[in-house]
Design a binder for this molecule. Sequence first.
Ligand code: NAD
Length: 308
Amino acid sequence: MNFLITGAAGFLGSTLANQLAREGHQVRGLDDLSTGDPQALPPDVHFTRGDVNDRPKLWTLLQEVDCVYHLAARVSVPESILYPREYNATNVGGTVSLMEAMRDVGIRRVVLASSGAIYGEQEVQPLAEGLTPRPRSPYAVSKLAAEYYVRTIGSLWGIETVALRIFNAYGPGQHLPPSQPPVVPYFLKQATRSGSLVLHGDGNQTRDYVYVDDVVSAMIAAATAPGINGLVLNVGSGVETSVRDLARLALKVAGSGSNLVANAQTGGGVSRMCANIALAEKKLNYKPSIPLEEGLRLTLQRDARFKK
Ligand code: NAD
């Protein structure tokens, strides 16, 4: 099959591109390289640097494409609180630009990378797709708006859509910015460099950590699975882990004696998050196969930034 991946040079996009290319598919990638790294892509992926709002570029890239993976986005929750207009322009505007270009070219299916962040604080766990979303940041609002846009205009224009609500994905190659990094690469970096692991809040807040290869397996299934048009599907591990337990596991796999330090000054965000993955199991035959400890070991082994 022929695929276009937006955000192809990012963490999930490049892992997906590598897997699709290994399976013998034709892959094109678009990324503005605001955070992505084109070196993460294999040579047989046709890469174009550009903005997801650039419709002429999209028209060219979309020719002969069977399915689009839409991953291009700005992804930092704290940054989105500072710059909501930019988050809206890329995450919502970029999604609408892509859908318009897909309509113009006649593309059949799009798989949208949405986020578990759209759930916000809920009374019940695990989180099932039917819950009313309670987004708590401009980032989460933008992912929810993108979901509504693809489903609504997709059904009006005859484009099949599926949105995957990805929970806390982690693995080799995850972007590690100096300020406000994602928690898994931050803990692994601190553990391998004997720095303290600072927990936001008391560290008792829980998240659902899912290894990148499991996310990619769900994405690949979503390109061809029947009977999923218009659905949103959770993609997590289905296992709830506290941030404190994640930190302890990071120390264990790194063989590190670093300290854990709770920072009461910073909030821990949403108190609990765990994906109910029953719908993805049923519709995509999705079976997450990498437990957290193994995933952390694989990340340490495969990501040169964590070599001691
Ligand atoms: P990432 O930042 O590594 O990848 C996003 C990519 O989009 C980057 O390479 C960036 O350069 C590119 N990009 C940003 N703005 C662009 C623009 N205007 N035009 C073209 N490219 C642009 O993040 P990721 O973790 O790989 O996330 C990929 C997608 O998955 C995002 O849509 C994100 O919201 C979603 N998601 C990720 C997670 C996770 O845990 N990693 C969880 C939920 C949802």
